[in-house]
Design a protein around this ligand. Structure first.
Ligand SMILES: Cc1cc2nc3c(=O)[nH]c(=O)nc-3n(C[C@H](O)[C@H](O)[C@H](O)COP(=O)(O)OP(=O)(O)OC[C@H]3O[C@@H](n4cnc5c(N)ncnc54)[C@H](O)[C@@H]3O)c2cc1C
Length: 393
């Protein structure tokens, strides 16, 4: 950045310093129960986190649009305006992942998300857990406000001591439990009065018969002709992600490239697929065709290199995960990025039931899902008077 615009040195160094500031802290702070003296010592160390709170509050006050205005270089101004697809978002949302990438504590798992999920399943099964695939839950059965059983498909009933749902929040509360265990805050969430649902994603993936290694793996660029989606969104920029650094995704000499697009109208795709499958397929094909024409202008010859296309719409996200309105990450963070968790680990008036997922903290994503899983496990252990271990003894 300094090479591109030395006259912006002060703003650039401040921007980098904000990311460095975040790197001084372990986030989230892990709070296992420790013996007295150790926990006293930790309490003292935790005082440092007051500084962290101050840093966070400062970074939540500035958005990418506000930061962009501080640059003299028109190019850097444009870059910062566009880091969130031309949406205004607090810089903290950008700075956190940057801090983690630089510390090598975040990244891309070779083999993609499947390989990553398989490692968790292997661990779970090695500890005695059993996974029932293709067994969707239909209902959580309660008796006198105590969870008693799960009803899965084909009306099979499994008795249970406790239920921990990590499925979609809306489906869990309003379908599995028929909306019987709610309060004003939960109703406000359902009516989207307190938080907005996160964007859904249109993900078009191409299998290419060349590896395109001469191009950077990730590129975002302006396009001459706008790309329209039938859900009402229009894009004047495109991002291409060549996975040529992951040899497991395509045979040697070939690669996979994905274009993703964010929309707040995931429900359009879900409804269209449900109500008019033929039209759904037609608009998908039209979108792919428009996109391919645009790609050809940027990467001449790419049209002939396409061997396969996969288009996952918000209806696909919904079909595979049941996430409400095809949300990719639960709730969108509001102005207060550190607002308290809107979805609690328990529901009012219901016993032997727990809930944790990316809906549990605005912003969602894998880190939130894992953090919430850990926290709810601690609560379950405590209630059952069991020690909470994260390592095998
Ligand atoms: C295209 C895309 C890219 C993303 N990229 C990133 C990224 O780079 N980094 C990041 O941090 N996050 C990313 N996310 C978000 C991330 O995938 C989610 O936030 C995360 O997977 C949420 O985890 P979860 O366990 O809470 O919910 P989910 O992953 O949605 O899991 C819910 C599970 O419940 C199951 N389920 C639903 N209904 C039922 C039922 N009736 N019975 C039984 N099971 C049921 C589903 O099958 C699913 O397995 C991305 C999301 C998308 C769509």
């Amino acid at each position: 950045m300094l090479d591109l615009s030395p006259e912006d040195e002060v703003v650039i160094r401040r921007f980098i310093q904000d990311i460095r500031d975040l790197q001084q802290f372990r986030v989230p702070p892990i709070m296992d129960k420790l013996p007295f003296f150790q926990s006293m010592w930790r309490g003292i160390k935790m005082m440092r986190y007051l500084k962290f709170l101050f840093i966070i509050m400062r970074q939540t006050r500035i958005s990418n649009f506000q930061l962009a205005k501080k640059f003299k270089s028109p190019f850097l101004r444009e870059v910062f305006e566009n880091i969130f697809d031309n949406d205004e978002v607090k810089m903290l949302v950008f700075n956190f992942p940057m801090a983690s990438f630089d510390q090598k504590s975040a990244g891309y798992p070779i083999g993609g998300s499947l390989k990553w999920a398989e490692r968790i399943t292997e661990k779970f099964e090695s500890l005695g857990g059993v996974v029932h695939y293709n067994t969707p839950v239909k209902r959580i059965i309660t008796e006198n406000n105590v969870v008693k059983a799960l009803e899965v498909r084909n009306n099979v009933i499994h008795d249970c001591d406790i239920v921990l749902s990590s499925a979609d929040w809306y489906r869990t509360v309003f379908e599995f439990l028929e909306g019987k265990y709610v309060d004003e805050k939960i109703i406000a969430l359902k009516e989207k009065k307190s938080f907005e649902v996160y964007f859904s994603i249109l993900l078009v993936t191409f299998g290419l018969k060349r590896d395109y290694k001469e191009y950077p793996h990730f590129n975002r660029f302006p396009i001459e002709k706008e790309l329209h989606s039938p859900c009402g969104k229009t894009w004047d920029r495109l991002e291409t992600h060549f996975y040529h650094y992951d040899p497991t995704l395509a045979p040697e000499g070939k690669t996979v490239m994905a274009c993703s697009f964010y929309t707040k109208n995931g429900q359009f795709w879900i409804d269209l697929r449900k109500n008019d499958r033929k039209k759904y397929r037609e608009v998908k094909n039209q979108f792919i065709s428009d996109l391919t024409e645009i790609l050809e202008l940027k990467y001449p010859g790419i049209k002939d290199d396409i061997e396969m296309v996969d288009f996952a719409t918000p209806a696909t996200v919904y079909r595979y995960t049941n996430n409400w309105q095809g949300s990719a990450q639960g709730w969108l963070p509001g102005d207060n990025v550190i607002a308290s968790t809107p979805v609690k680990f328990k529901l009012p008036g219901l016993q032997n039931f727990f809930y944790a997922s990316h809906w549990s903290r605005p912003g969602g994503g894998i880190p939130v899902a894992i953090n919430m899983a850990r926290d709810v496990s601690k609560i379950i252990c405590k209630e059952h008077k069991m020690p909470f271990h994260t390592k095998q003894h």
